[in-house]
Design a protein around this ligand. Structure first.
Ligand SMILES: NC(=O)C1=CN([C@@H]2O[C@H](COP(=O)(O)OP(=O)(O)OC[C@H]3O[C@@H](n4cnc5c(N)ncnc54)[C@H](OP(=O)(O)O)[C@@H]3O)[C@@H](O)[C@H]2O)C=CC1
Ligand SMILES: O=C([O-])CC(=O)C(=O)O
Length: 256
């Protein structure tokens, strides 16, 4: 499968390293869309990719799937044009808190949108639990190193946000993409509860999901190692894109 990549920071370069850097059996990143050619031109030779700064030309290249690893704002700006032309995978899922954008991507003439689970898990369970309409409560509690969440140092753990996912992604677009995929899988952005804690002692990104409904209840905690290249991002988020790409080629679908 030929891939066009949008964004070449921590997640993007993780994908380049593990796909093109190791000559993957059936995945190949062929083109990369950047906004600053000079900053990233070294990638062309390093990973045998073609860099584009023009979206039309990027979309016209011979690719089967576009993978986004940029940010929420970029998705809001570019996705309406991309999804008309190409199947797409997003990691900045927070952009879908915008109902207009969600309407565009779920329209009948849109291509398929793939949403990897990012820094959390359990989305199969949440979707199963809501299938007959009796999912009652979903709460996400995230604890990150304080420096990932606040500019000023804090001396003790501090709750920096408590509220619904809609407001969480608005205030923390670099840290709360998981609240939006959890909302899409479950109760929606106005009913999914979020607590966000800045912890000066933490060295991991820890996410706890509590779910209750007609099925019973569940609690899942993921203690994520951060990606060294960008500690705000959990290594699992990058892995989830890579592993979802690999699973797309399989004809046995597990727990989706
Ligand atoms: N769903 C999840 O669980 C998670 C989602 N995320 C999302 O993934 C995104 C990427 O994470 P990460 O790789 O760590 O972030 P980085 O900040 O390391 O990289 C972002 C990259 O996107 C590029 N970029 C930004 N805007 C544009 C644009 N308009 N066009 C092309 N490229 C652009 C940046 O380029 P430049 O150098 O020019 O700025 C940079 O290369 C995050 O912003 C977040 O939205 C992150 C973690 C978890
Ligand atoms: O990587 C993580 O742990 C989650 C994250 O930043 C996000 O959802 O934006």
């Amino acid at each position: 499968m030929n891939i066009g990549l949008v964004g070449s920071g921590a997640i993007g370069q993780y994908l380049l390293k593990n796909i093109n850097g190791k000559t993957h059996e059936h995945l190949n990143i062929r083109s990369v869309f950047v906004r600053n050619y000079d900053k990233y031109k070294h990638l062309e030779e390093q990973y045998n990719v073609e860099l584009f700064t023009d979206l039309k030309k990027f979309l016209a290249a011979d690719t089967d799937l576009i993978v986004e690893a940029a940010n929420v704002e970029t998705v809001k700006t570019l996705l309406p044009d991309i999804i008309k032309e190409k199947d797409t995978m997003l990691i900045s899922i927070g952009a879908l808190a915008d109902e207009g954008l969600l309407k565009t991507v779920t329209a009948e003439n849109s291509k398929t949108l793939h949403l990897p689970s990012g820094g959390i898990g359990g989305l199969d369970l949440v979707q199963n639990a809501r299938a007959l309409g009796n999912l009652e409560k979903v709460t996400l509690t995230t604890r990150k190193p304080a420096s990932s969440l606040v500019d000023e140092p804090v001396s003790a753990e501090t709750t920096v946000f408590k509220g619904k996912a809609r407001e969480a992604i608005d205030k923390f677009p670099r840290n709360m993409n998981i609240s939006i995929i959890l909302s899409l899988a479950g109760l929606g952005i106005d009913k999914t509860e979020v607590v966000l804690i800045a912890d000066p002692e933490a060295d991991k990104n820890t996410h706890t999901i509590n779910i209750s409904g007609g099925f019973g209840d569940a609690e899942l905690t993921v203690s994520n190692n951060p990606l060294p290249e960008n500690p705000k991002t959990s290594a699992l988020a990058a892995l989830s894109v890579y592993a979802t790409l690999e699973r797309m080629a399989e004809n046995v679908k597990i727990g989706f």
